[in-house]
Design a protein around this ligand. Structure first.
Ligand SMILES: Nc1ncnc2c1ncn2[C@@H]1O[C@H](COP(=O)(O)OP(=O)(O)O)[C@@H](O)[C@H]1O
Ligand SMILES: CC(C)(COP(=O)(O)O)[C@@H](O)C(=O)NCCC(=O)O
Ligand SMILES: [K+]
Length: 257
């Protein structure tokens, strides 16, 4: 029962083809495309795939992007596109958002993937789940799998572009992350990195105070590797977190049928 899993963010579409929904299954094939290239998927990366017989995705990009992806699928396969919508509860995670359906589907799916990793590792513990993509999100899950709330902040690229467009003198190449930056490039790169690191550390503190125990810390997203060396807390970098979450959801929905 090959499953095509798709994660559409504001910068890139990531996809992976799985033979089964077993936890930890390695994908048969996977790839990523910038959104400007998604109209070539049917003629390119997807052309040679073993045909999937189901698809499950999450999308936080515009509806027009989602439709373009559905068109690429229709060119090759006769399967419906199923997109996850955040809800009050799914696959063992409950949603504390004021309006559960307004929570970004990528955030919801990542938390469902993280919750499974926490439970597979042993006793139920609270978790901080960080995604570093176009934007950065920092979520708090309690030991019962309840989403307490989360932060949204600009990613590296948006921070730099905002500073460039809002000032006269900040047009410089990318710099290095330094504790004490001594040039404009390093000051900007370090400022962005430590802004994100600071937000993450605060959420870890908040959750530790709220739950009285050390949370599990999990990070994912295209720019996660940039942040990993600069965090005080021990974060596990899990590239496949959204796909893990999509597999959990696919399995739990199939079991409920
Ligand atoms: N090789 C790379 N290709 C694309 N993005 C990269 C790469 N390396 C780092 N990045 C960073 O990752 C971000 C995109 O991450 P991604 O998780 O795909 O974002 P989104 O889910 O918002 O589309 C970019 O904003 C960029 O800063
Ligand atoms: C926060 C996000 C923009 C993150 O998008 P990304 O960086 O993954 O492209 C996305 O999850 C979103 O549009 N969320 C809806 C608003 C919310 O979650 O409250
Ligand atoms: K994303």
């Amino acid at each position: 029962m090959p499953l095509l899993a798709i994660d559409i963010g504001n910068t890139r579409l990531k996809w992976a083809l799985y033979a089964t929904t077993e936890p930890g299954a390695a994908p048969l094939a996977q790839g990523a495309e910038f959104l400007e290239n998604i109209d070539k998927l049917a003629d390119g990366a997807w052309a040679q795939l073993a045909p999937p017989d189901r698809m499950l995705g999450c999308c936080v990009a515009a509806d027009a992007v989602k439709r373009r992806v559905e068109e690429q699928m229709e060119e090759l396969w006769d399967i419906p596109a199923h997109w996850v919508v955040s809800s009050g509860a799914e696959a063992g995670v409950s949603n504390g958002y004021d309006h559960p359906t307004r929570l970004g589907a990528d955030r919801w799916v990542a938390m469902i993937g993280a919750r499974q990793r926490v439970l597979v590792a042993g006793a139920a513990r609270p978790a901080v789940v960080v995604m570093v993509g176009t934007a950065v999100t920092v979520e708090a899950l309690d030991a019962d799998g309840h989403f307490l709330g989360g932060l949204i902040l600009p990613g590296h690229g948006i921070m730099l572009r905002a500073l460039e467009s809002g000032t006269a003198g900040l047009h410089v190449p990318t710099g290095e992350v330094r504790e004490f930056p001594t040039n404009t490039s390093d000051a900007l790169t370090s400022g962005g990195t430590f802004a994100i690191a600071g937000a993450i550390e605060r959420m870890v503190q908040h959750l530790r105070r709220r739950s009285g125990t050390d949370p599990v810390c999990i990070m994912t997203g295209g720019a996660g590797w940039k942040m990993a060396p600069h965090l005080l807390e021990g974060f596990e970098l899990v590239e496949s977190l959204i796909f893990d979450g999509l597999l959990v959801i696919a399995r739990s929905r199939a079991a409920a049928q």
